[in-house]
Design a protein around this ligand. Structure first.
Ligand SMILES: [Mg+2]
Length: 238
């Protein structure tokens, strides 16, 4: 039997790696756009979605740096695009609540996600490591029964640090140890974001695999896969 201390830690990102967040976000935003046709009258859906995404990114970054609270993030992620489009910001929370209720209805796994987890669980200790709201992320794990493979779940809200902060990667090592994994083996993180996942993991002493289905040129050299079906093979190559 393999020495458990030498088994690698193989952790996966959730949003836009295992779970197709971007499509769920777009589908839920389309329903939100249709429901709020009066509030958003005269705009195209693409305009609304692009403004929402552009205004969201700096808010998540500020939240990651601890500059704003979750409550502020949750309010402003709809308030800011409404203000930018000269719409009534008093409707922000109502719009946000509707969006979140629809978002969870559109979750799907990315193609090959289960195969990647299955392959990884044959090679090492599997865990999940994710930013995002805790209920949403726990909801995704439960919906797709990702605990069939994952022995540890590390979420930024519970750790108090977001990727690329190394504290969340250190917390993953601690969680794996608590779950009975050793510390002697490789540590590999699979994610879709170069700055958050690849750079964060490497700064914490992990290896990284970039999930890059759109083949967007990465800012630096990194092992990458176009399909999650390729992850097992890459993990198997020590
Ligand atoms: Mg991601």
């Amino acid at each position: 039997m393999t020495d458990p201390a030498a088994r690698p830690l193989l952790f996966f990102d959730l949003d836009d790696t295992l779970v197709d967040h971007r499509s769920a976000e777009e589908a839920a935003q389309r329903e939100t756009f249709e429901r709020c046709s009066g509030l958003l009258a005269g705009l195209s859906f693409d305009e609304w979605l692009a403004t929402y995404r552009a205004r969201n990114r700096p808010l998540w970054d500020a939240y990651g740096r601890g500059e704003i609270t979750r409550q502020v993030l949750q309010h402003r992620r709809f308030r800011d695009p409404l203000v930018a489009l000269a719409r009534d910001p008093a409707r922000a929370d109502e719009v946000g609540d509707f969006y979140l209720s629809r978002y969870r209805e559109h979750w799907t796994l990315n193609d090959g996600a289960e195969e990647a987890l299955e392959a990884a669980s044959g090679l090492g200790f599997v865990g999940l490591l994710s930013n995002g709201f805790v209920e949403q992320q726990r909801g995704k794990i439960a919906r797709f029964r990702l605990d069939r493979w994952a022995r540890a779940v590390v979420l930024s809200e519970e750790v108090g640090a977001m990727k690329p902060d190394r504290r969340i990667f250190d917390a993953a090592v601690d969680a794996a140890r608590l779950a009975g994994a050793g510390e002697g083996g490789r540590r590999v993180y699979v994610g879709d974001s170069y700055p958050h996942d690849v750079a964060g993991a490497r700064a914490a002493g992990w290896e990284a695999i970039l999930f890059n289905p759109s083949a967007i040129p990465a800012p630096g050299p990194v092992p990458e896969v176009r399909s999650l079906r390729e992850v097992g093979r890459l993990l198997g190559e020590a």
